[in-house]
Design a protein around this ligand. Structure first.
Ligand SMILES: Cc1cc2nc3c(=O)[nH]c(=O)nc-3n(C[C@H](O)[C@H](O)[C@H](O)COP(=O)(O)OP(=O)(O)OC[C@H]3O[C@@H](n4cnc5c(N)ncnc54)[C@H](O)[C@@H]3O)c2cc1C
Length: 407
């Protein structure tokens, strides 16, 4: 008898998104106005520039940012303050992944302080059923220059080596705490020139902490043409060392920066030649992980096609849709239509929930806005769905009006 209950998602998306159908007219209009502005790349660029300068000059713009982009894309200024948002998502069957969005810190004191904040947030995550996973960036705990130096074997100064070790110890203490709390923790992937030491830390920690379940989850950026080979290597490593392999699979966020640096410094571009190659390897990675009997996968994507494919493969490999082995993840405020569709169909879904003081998460917000204001960007897709919802309501209201006046 078949033991699976996975029913794949339909290939074509619904005309009206279940996520937007439930919005009040007021919230729908608010989202439409914001996404309408974010849909225009030039305006986003100018507003981003102004916002950054206004914050630097301490002009009173926090309120505007808090009421607009922050409200849409962040949980709150602290995890406690994010609780209403976490509960709202939970009521839709969607989990939250707390993400303290601080990156690229420079001083030991700031990094020590970040570790304390991350430990608090990790404890919160482990204590709430609405938060199934935690996530962090290594560059919040280890100086980016030290990671780069270690990665290319140029870190020879004893003081720098000591600082590097201190940073790695911060990362280890967070991973150890996650293991003690039995709370899965994802390590975000960053630029390729600092990724080798991050992968090394993740692999060593996986051997130590993933003996009986997935605790440490490393990230694969499938826009890198070397990642399928790396995934195969990791799967062998997991088999040889008897631990549960665990990965977040994403396409990758730093494509332009990667290409620019490779061309400037004259080394081979680490990025795939085209989008189709990235898509192919993304889907191959999903298949390799789902085919395995115990591997954990968090599929971090806003691409509906990739999610449909994953649901089809789950059905093919008899993986129940409620399995804890497979989590679909999107960013807060983005692809809500997809998240709700997956959750309604019974799959495990969670949203990255960035939180922190407005000035600290501003770089994150600007990146999100910039990444998504292109014509093919996510905001465009969501804007079209929001507009469809508004038009549907307008038509229904006018039909109702005609019916009642006829009566
Ligand atoms: C929950 C979650 C977690 C994430 N974590 C990380 C992380 O840890 N590290 C990280 O780097 N990113 C991360 N991202 C961002 C992610 O890598 C993508 O940048 C973003 O999600 C867009 O990809 P997509 O699959 O959603 O959408 P799509 O629109 O299908 O893909 C866009 C992506 O395809 C790739 N691409 C586009 N054009 C080309 C081209 N010409 N050649 C080759 N590749 C191309 C790029 O990676 C681009 O971002 C995360 C995203 C989510 C949703």
């Amino acid at each position: 008898m078949a033991t699976f209950e996975a029913v794949p998602l339909d290939h074509s998306p619904p005309d009206r998104s279940p996520a937007y159908r439930r919005l009040t007219n007021q919230v729908l209009q608010r989202k439409l106005s914001l996404f309408g502005i974010m849909n225009q790349a030039k305006i986003v660029q100018i507003l981003g520039f102004l916002a950054e300068w206004a914050m630097r000059l301490r002009l009173p713009v926090k309120g505007i940012i808090r009421a607009t982009v922050f409200r849409e894309f962040c949980g709150g200024e602290s995890l406690q303050k994010s609780l209403p948002r976490i509960s709202e998502l939970h009521s839709l069957g969607i989990g939250s992944i707390p993400d303290y969005s601080v990156e690229g810190l420079k001083s030991e004191e700031l990094m020590d302080d970040t570790l304390l904040k991350l430990q608090d947030a990790l404890a919160f995550t482990a204590n709430h059923e609405q938060t199934p996973l935690f996530v962090f960036k290594v560059t919040g705990l280890v100086h980016v220059n030290l990671l780069e130096g270690f990665g290319c074997n140029t870190l020879t100064d004893p003081h720098q080596l000591q600082s590097y070790q201190r940073g790695v110890e911060r990362v280890h203490s967070l991973l150890r705490m996650a293991a003690e709390l039995q709370c899965p923790i994802m390590i975000d992937a960053e630029e390729s020139w600092i990724q080798d030491p991050i992968d090394q830390i993740a692999l060593e920690a996986s051997v130590e902490f993933n003996q009986s379940k997935a605790i440490v989850v490393q990230t694969l950026q499938m826009y890198r043409h070397d990642r399928i080979n790396y995934l195969r290597y990791c799967m062998e490593h997991a088999a040889e060392n008897s631990y549960v392999p665990a990965f977040k699979v994403v396409r990758g966020a730093y494509m332009e920066k990667e290409r620019e640096r490779a061309s400037l410094m004259g080394y081979h571009d680490p990025i795939q030649p085209d989008k189709a190659s990235t898509d192919r390897d993304t889907h191959l990675a999903i298949e390799i992980l789902l085919q395995h009997t115990t591997a954990f996968i968090c599929l971090g994507t806003h691409n509906r096609w990739s999610c449909v494919l994953a649901t089809e493969l789950m059905a093919k490999f008899n993986i129940p849709k409620s399995s804890n082995r497979v989590i679909f993840a999107q960013l807060l405020g983005m692809s809500d239509s997809l998240s709700v569709e997956l959750a309604d169909a019974g799959y495990k879904v969670a949203k990255y929930l960035p939180f922190g003081p407005v000035n600290k998460v501003l770089p994150y917000l600007l990146r999100r806005a910039g990444e998504n204001s292109s014509a093919a960007g996510e905001i465009s897709r969501e804007y079209a769905l929001l507009l469809a919802e508004k038009n549907h309501r307008r038509k229904s209201a006018s039909v109702e009006g005609q019916t009642s006046s006829a009566a």
